[in-house]
Design a protein around this ligand. Sequence first.
Ligand code: NAP
Length: 282
Amino acid sequence: MTILVTGATGQLGALVVERLLELVPAEQVAVSVRNPEKAAHLKAKGIDVRQGDYSSPESLEKAFAGVERILIVSGTEAERLQQHKNAVDAAKKAGVSFIAYTSVANAPNSSLSLAADHKATEAYIQASGIPYAFLRNNWYIENEADGIKATAQGAPIVHASGAAKIGWAARRDYAHAAAAVLAGQGHENAVYELSGKLISHDELAAIVSSVSGKEVQAQNLDDAAYAKMLVGLGLPEGAAAFVTGFQTAMREGALSVESNDLEKLLGRPQQPLAEVIAALIG
Ligand code: NAP
């Protein structure tokens, strides 16, 4: 059986591969990456490195040949919906028998702007008839790294999410859950809401305080003030509005998805956020 991971030169994909090597022999692992030179270290471990660009259906078809199980890591580019469709079509042509896809919390009903691509990709996978597992990842705690690091200089953790709770977890935990699904059995047509324990920004600030030993506050702004702050940090206005939209959606509860799917797939509790934060702030 060959398990193939796309995006293996990215942060999540690299952690999925690292975990897969603890679960199955390297001969059973393949990766599809757009730049194989970046994956030389994986080749050295005995992994079958294939070239596949989400924008090139032909390259994906070749990359997926002979593969049974595949992880499609959601893309980063504006045209990613079409790219995901290319990957699903290529999987179908190659006879892939299981697709795991990294989606987002509550994808079909989320007010997050980026959820539209995930919702449409999930629907496309379902329509393909290939058995699937949707890994609806909540928020990486690493997304907050800059704000957490800034607290060392006395800055508050600035947000606009009010008292909303978010299911932050370590990227590594999401990766390990993905690897468990790829290497395991009985995940056909499963939808996993992968959330850490729900906490607010105030509670996050308290964890950062406990780790750093410094008094850290969360500061809740309205959307306009939050966007202005981002522009002040150098973001173009369009990007600032886009990022502020994440806060708006959080406030509306888009990431307040309570579930124990993550720890069930991990077979252990999530890595304590305090540990991840300690590593982030060194
Ligand atoms: P990342 O480090 O940016 O990795 C993205 C991966 O996608 C990279 O391996 C990249 O390839 C690959 N990729 C992008 N465009 C591609 C293309 N045209 N063809 C083939 N591969 C392509 O992001 P991450 O931290 O691993 O996260 C994985 C995904 O989760 C992201 O892509 C994004 O959709 C989503 N995400 C979720 C959260 C969350 O909090 N839930 C946060 C950030 C991102 P290269 O290595 O060649 O660049």
